[in-house]
Design a protein around this ligand. Structure first.
Ligand code: SF4
Length: 347
């Protein structure tokens, strides 16, 4: 097994069925080779433009008589156009629904602008407290002043926001003892190997801490989207080309009023799935891919989705119509707008 950086030239052939495969012509070390991409990477051959750079980790070299070719499958990781650094947080977003990522990134609609501002205030209180060796709750009044314009233009008063974030910052006060004098807040993370960028909330001697304002209790598992984000950081910090090892990480949840700290055990499998989603985010952001609405069996996600009304409007704009049965606006609709035959027909 080895790691290669090559240039995609064209797709030579594709095979569907039980063992889907794309055979790509690539240039590696100034020579042309065939790279076979098996599941879960086979779809890359459908959409990649010629001359795109690809990083392939754990690729198998196959010698067949006098010819040599490369093969990447479920043990490998394939990063398309790794020089474009996608945000690690977008991987979590796209795991909920690729279309909600499309709405956030291309249409520019935030699911909840106030929740985003509130989260930023808690993050800044923690990082400012680490930098000034203070406590998040003590520094909170200053942080609220810094962000006054952001929340006031959304119609919130300082006293309301203070009420919202006070308990979260107070719960972090005691947790500060877990950080050493070497901890770095808001550490910039760039990985041209994995095509990922982001900011690690706290990096303490290679231990990664991610802060989340979600309501997670001690009885809950760490959220999978957060495990993916920590895994991307941890493999990105390690030397993936030589060792394939990762650093340990934790997610600190403060939304329930107490600090709930969950250990993340990064694994090659989580990393592989995260990079699949990273490639999908890249395809949406840079290759004009518009993901379809979720299939009906995932309708529960649509019911809870914060951008569902916009999603429906975009369906109309893209001629991806919904029927009355699977439309997520069915609560507010008269249900008489569509022709009779489409009111219950499946798309
Ligand atoms: S309504 Fe459903 S398909 Fe649309 S963005 Fe939300 S989860 Fe995705």
């Amino acid at each position: 097994m080895q790691n290669i950086t090559c240039i995609y030239l064209k797709t030579l052939s594709q095979q569907s069925g039980e063992n889907p495969r794309s055979s790509l012509l690539i240039e590696y070390n100034n020579q042309n080779y065939i790279l076979n991409l098996w599941e879960p990477w086979h779809e890359i051959g459908d959409y990649l433009p010629p001359y795109t750079k690809i990083n392939v980790f754990n690729v198998e070299i196959v010698e067949d008589g006098e010819s040599v070719f490369y093969s990447a499958g479920s043990q490998s990781i394939v990063v398309i156009d790794p020089d474009i650094l996608m945000y690690a947080s977008s991987v979590g977003n796209i795991s909920y629904c690729p279309r909600s990522y499309y709405i956030n990134d291309i249409v520019g609609e935030l699911p909840s602008p106030y929740v985003a501002v509130r989260g930023t205030i808690v993050h800044v209180a923690l990082s400012a407290a680490i930098a000034s060796k203070s406590k998040p709750s003590l520094i909170l009044p200053d942080v609220l002043n810094w962000f006054e314009l952001n929340y006031e233009q959304l119609g919130y008063k300082k006293s309301d926001v203070h009420q919202d974030v006070k308990v979260m910052t107070e719960s972090l006060d005691d947790f500060m003892d877990n950080f050493s004098d070497f901890s770095i807040p808001e550490s910039l993370f760039l990985s041209p190997e994995l095509g990922i960028r982001g900011r690690i909330d706290v990096l303490d001697k290679n231990q990664i801490y991610e802060l989340k304002t979600a309501k997670v209790t001690n009885a809950d598992q760490v959220r999978f989207s957060d495990s993916m984000q920590v895994s991307l950081y941890s493999y990105g910090i390690g030397n993936i080309r030589n060792t394939n090892t990762s650093q340990s990480g934790s997610v600190i949840y403060v939304g329930s009023g107490d600090v709930v700290s969950k250990q993340v055990n990064p694994s090659w499998g989580i990393l592989r799935y995260s990079i699949q989603l990273r490639n999908l985010a890249y395809r949406i952001s840079y290759l004009g891919y518009i993901p379809p609405i979720l299939p009906e069996e995932q309708n529960k996600k649509c019911e809870k989705c914060s951008v569902r009304i916009l999603c429906t409007l975009i369906c109309a704009g893209l001629y991806q119509y919904r029927t009355c049965e699977n439309c997520n606006n069915n609560i507010i609709c008269s249900k008489k707008a569509l022709p009779q035959k489409r009111q219950s027909a499946r798309p």
